[in-house]
Design a binder for this molecule. Structure first.
Ligand code: NAP
Length: 302
């Protein structure tokens, strides 16, 4: 297959690219980077700047599937200005892709996949969400994800199957959220947030890469929760990491208002409380190498 990836230089995109190339697929990157530094061998790059509406329409040449991963990082203070960048880097970029593909009537694209987020599900410590859950969160991130998915859904107007991967927090050695979680524990300054009972849905980088590759190869469309089958509570996760690193947790729990003072609106990421199941992937026979956090941390730490 020939696969066009946006955001290919990011945490998921880079690992996915390497895996797909290794499997013999051809990969195109649509990237904002002008230099070819860090581009894996065998990848053909095309330039775009979605905020300026710029895109090289040649990027679609011979392409069978699009994987849209581009988006500004959420791990940065959510000022009003940055909130606009978070939203537009996902929604406007999807609009630019759609407008570009529409102009190429002879294209061979057969499948559109896009990252999405678990923030679409509202916090509820009693609910267990699957892809069939219809409730939607009205938080900033919840609304952003709804608009992101709606932008991606436009491709169905071109009669293309659309897959949305509602991804939990990705744990990896190569970057992302794990190291900032682990670092204070490594320094003996780890603490539980709030009651510590809040449930976090997460996925190992290896499994999210396998999930995208499986969705591409099987051609499955619709919503898929890109999370491990077992969510973990903040308390259990903190204790597991501390135990593996042989560090004590002696500080008292950090109240929510303190983290709000430090992180602003972004503090909600630490207090997310919902259990999400990757029901559709499991029902369709996808197997997770790291279904529980203990197994994932044993692989990723120290
Ligand atoms: N990692 C997670 O824990 C997680 C969890 C849930 C959802 N997701 C979603 O999954 C997708 C991929 O995640 P990731 O962790 O691989 O992301 P990442 O490491 O932050 O990389 C995202 C890529 O998007 C491109 N990008 C950055 N700013 C942009 C902007 N303003 N406009 C357009 N493109 C921009 C960049 O690629 P180029 O420089 O090559 O253009 C960047 O490498 C993201 O949309 C993210 O929101 C990730």
């Amino acid at each position: 297959m020939r696969i066009l990836i946006t955001g290919g230089s990011g945490l998921i995109g880079h690992a996915l690219t390497k895996y797909l190339v290794q499997k013999g697929h051809h990969v195109h990157w649509l990237t904002m980077q002008k230099s070819s530094k860090n581009v894996p061998d065998g990848v053909q790059t095309f330039y775009w700047n979605p905020a300026e509406g710029k895109i090289d329409d040649q990027c679609w040449n011979g392409v069978d599937a699009l994987v849209h991963l581009a988006g500004a990082t959420i791990a940065k203070r959510w000022t009003p200005n940055y909130k606009t960048i978070l939203l537009e880097s996902r929604v406007v970029s999807a609009n630019v892709l759609y407008a570009s593909l529409k102009k190429v009537p002879q294209h061979q694209v057969k499948h559109i996949l896009s990252a999405s987020g678990t923030a679409i599900y509202p916090d509820d410590n009693k609910a267990v969400y699957t892809e069939d859950s219809q409730v939607q969160s009205n938080t900033f991130l919840g609304t952003l994800v709804q608009r992101w998915e709606a932008a991606v859904d436009q491709f169905s107007k071109l009669d293309l199957p659309v897959t949305k991967v509602r991804t939990g927090v990705v744990y990896a050695r190569e970057g992302g959220a794990l190291e900032p979680i682990v670092q204070p524990i490594r320094w003996g300054m780890g603490a539980i947030f709030g009651s510590g009972k809040q449930m976090q849905s997460w996925i190992h980088l290896h499994d999210i890469v396998q999930l995208y590759a499986w969705l591409l190869e099987q051609g499955h469309a619709g919503v898929f929760n890109g999370v491990a089958p077992h969510a973990v509570s903040n308390k259990a996760q903190t204790k597991m990491i501390a135990h593996l690193l042989k560090r004590p947790i002696w500080l008292p729990p950090v109240p929510r208002w303190v983290m709000k003072l430090i992180l602003g609106d972004m503090h909600e990421l630490l207090f997310n409380d919902k259990k999400i199941l990757p029901q559709r992937a499991m029902d369709l026979g996808f197997t997770f190498t790291y279904p529980d956090a203990q197994k994932a941390f044993e692989n990723l730490l120290p």
